[in-house]
Design a protein around this ligand. Structure first.
Ligand code: PEP
Length: 252
């Protein structure tokens, strides 16, 4: 049985103080919750990680992720943060290929393949995002787009490494728009993604793969989405910024 993973991507929101307060509120809300079958991850701006993690460690309920990283261990790459640095401060997960990185920072599948390898080399867990734009969905080519993102970004990995990766399916038209994929649309894509892994790596790896859904997940739609057979939790943006909403999603 795959456990559920609920990850909150704070994007470029919150001050450090607000971020620490958010984790404090999450911990208070999770007190007494049995998280044996759930992993809760917060993914703050990089600048906040050390302070937020210090707070998160007190209750030990919330794990830390980063929103991006460079692919080198160190070097003359002004403004960048390496997987080694993230590992050093206690980060466990790294989001790669978020649609905003693909769109605004022109990250492509080839670059993401290199980043994924670098993250795994530091024993961090990549959360690899894929998903089609509205135009690609309406053209009917959405499965091909996602297949290419997965094949080019991930399928160079060994079976051992691929089994550590988490995939997030995030249709771009649903991110931050309030427009959620229907449970049936999301399930169709999650099933399709799992079948790609089954063909490439075999049934066992595919059956153990976590595939998160992202795109306007809210407390009132999370339960239906997360009860689909191939949806293993969510990557949450806007609703992760309010403890009450994020807790509502975690408890869905
Ligand atoms: C995201 O940032 O990955 C996301 C899914 O955002 P939202 O939940 O706001 O659509």
């Amino acid at each position: 049985m795959r456990n559920k993973i609920i990850a909150g991507n704070w994007k470029m929101y919150t001050t450090v103080e607000e971020g620490v307060a958010l984790v404090k509120a999450l911990d208070a809300g999770l007190a007494g919750n049995d998280l044996a079958n759930k992993t809760v991850i917060v993914i703050p701006p990089a600048l906040h990680i050390v302070s937020v993690l210090a707070e998160a460690k007190k209750a030990g309920k919330v794990h830390l992720g980063a929103q991006n990283c460079h692919y080198e261990k160190e070097g003359a790459f002004t403004g960048e943060i390496s997987p080694r640095m993230l590992k050093d401060v206690g980060v466990e997960y790294v989001v790669l290929g978020h649609s905003e990185r693909r769109q605004y920072f022109k990250e492509d599948n080839g670059l993401l393949a290199v980043k994924t390898g670098a993250v795994l080399a530091e024993n961090l867990i990549p959360i690899y995002c894929c998903g089609e734009t509205l135009e690609q969905r309406e053209s009917g080519k959405y499965k091909e787009v996602v297949q290419q993102q997965i094949e080019e970004g991930l399928f160079g990995l060994s079976a051992e490494n691929i089994s550590k990766v988490i995939v997030a399916y995030e249709p771009v038209w649903a991110i931050g728009t309030g427009k959620t994929a229907s449970p049936e649309q999301a399930q169709e894509m999650h099933h399709f993604i799992r079948s790609l892994f089954a063909t490439k790596y075999g049934q066992d790896i595919a059956a153990n793969l976590h595939i998160l859904y992202g795109g306007s997940v809210k407390p009132n739609n999370a339960k239906e989405l997360f009860s689909q057979p191939d949806i293993d939790g969510g990557l949450v943006g806007g609703a992760a910024l309010k403890a009450e909403d994020f807790l509502g999603i975690i408890n869905a």
